[in-house]
Design a binder for this molecule. Structure first.
Ligand code: IPE
Ligand code: IPE
Ligand code: MG
Length: 261
């Protein structure tokens, strides 16, 4: 694949304070805490994951009114295969359930669904579900919902590097052609801009291999709410926190720049 024109705003051209008046337009969420939510209620972990899907539906519905036009959610990581087989198959089943129960509504609401992550290793029925979700919403552009499934940030960078190496091998590119801007065209997030805000629920404060490349200048908000309990008011609180941040992209504060001339 030849590199596509970059859709990622150059970090070096970032405007200081650009987001303090508004945004975020792209919010990414590490939906964590389903297991602890279930445990606290004496329920099996599978019921925690089911409650997590219900929370996801509510949040996706609430997002456009909060000024968001793209959401990226972490549904299953390349490391989640380490979980017991029963839990892995429950998580696979839930992707199917989510698509089956919500796809028509999403399609009618103008949502375009993208599934990020490696296809290899996924069962045939899941691949079918992914194709159905992507194909039936391909004409939409009002809101982008990206579900990271069998996704790892490192795996995605490796796959991108391999794709570039293949382009070099095929004589379509030179090693020196590679830049920060055009490398992202090889990532599974190539279709849109990087997240402004990354939220992680449940109190954990780590990325767990989510959007490593794309997180370069994202703002982080960690919330102590377990994902099944997460609602629009929590998302609103995260957005309000984001709006207090000053994004500098390595530059200086606008007022400091004026003061120093
Ligand atoms: C997040 O909840 C969902 C997935 C990782 C698929 P967890 O299942 O990680 O919940 P905790 O962290 O055990 O509470
Ligand atoms: C990250 O959560 C993956 C998803 C939310 C899908 P984990 O619960 O798997 O992350 P760790 O193991 O606590 O780092
Ligand atoms: Mg977890």
């Amino acid at each position: 694949m030849a590199p596509q024109p970059s859709l990622m705003p150059s970090l070096r051209q970032g405007t200081p304070n650009a987001s303090s008046e508004g945004g975020p337009t792209h919010v990414a969420i590490i939906m964590d805490g389903n297991g602890r939510w279930a445990k606290a209620k004496g329920l099996p972990r599978s019921l925690g994951h089911q409650a997590g899907v219900a929370a996801l539906k509510t949040i996706v519905e609430a997002a456009p009114a909060l000024g968001i036009d793209r959401m990226t959610v972490f549904g299953f990581s390349t490391e989640n295969w380490r979980r017991p087989a029963g839990e892995v198959s429950e998580l696979m089943k839930l992707l199917k359930f989510y698509v089956r129960s919500d796809l028509e509504r999403l399609r009618r609401a103008g949502v375009r669904v993208h599934i990020l992550g490696r296809r290899t290793g996924l069962p045939a029925d899941i691949l079918e579900t992914i194709d159905q979700a992507e194909q039936s919403t391909a004409a939409n552009s009002r809101f982008h919902l990206q579900v990271a499934f069998n996704y790892g940030g490192q795996a995605d960078i490796i796959d991108a590097a391999r794709a570039f190496a293949e382009a070099v091998k095929a004589g379509q590119a030179e090693p020196g052609d590679l830049t920060e801007d055009n490398f992202q065209a090889y990532l599974s997030t190539a279709n849109g801009p990087p997240p402004d805000l990354i939220i992680r629920t449940s109190g954990e404060r780590r990325l767990s291999n989510f959007l490593l490349w794309e997180a370069a200048y994202a703002e982080f908000v960690f919330q102590d709410v377990l994902w099944p309990d997460y609602g629009p008011a929590d998302l609103k609180a995260a957005i309000e926190e984001f709006r207090t941040r000053e994004r500098r992209y390595g530059g200086t504060d606008v007022n400091d720049a004026l003061a120093t001339g």
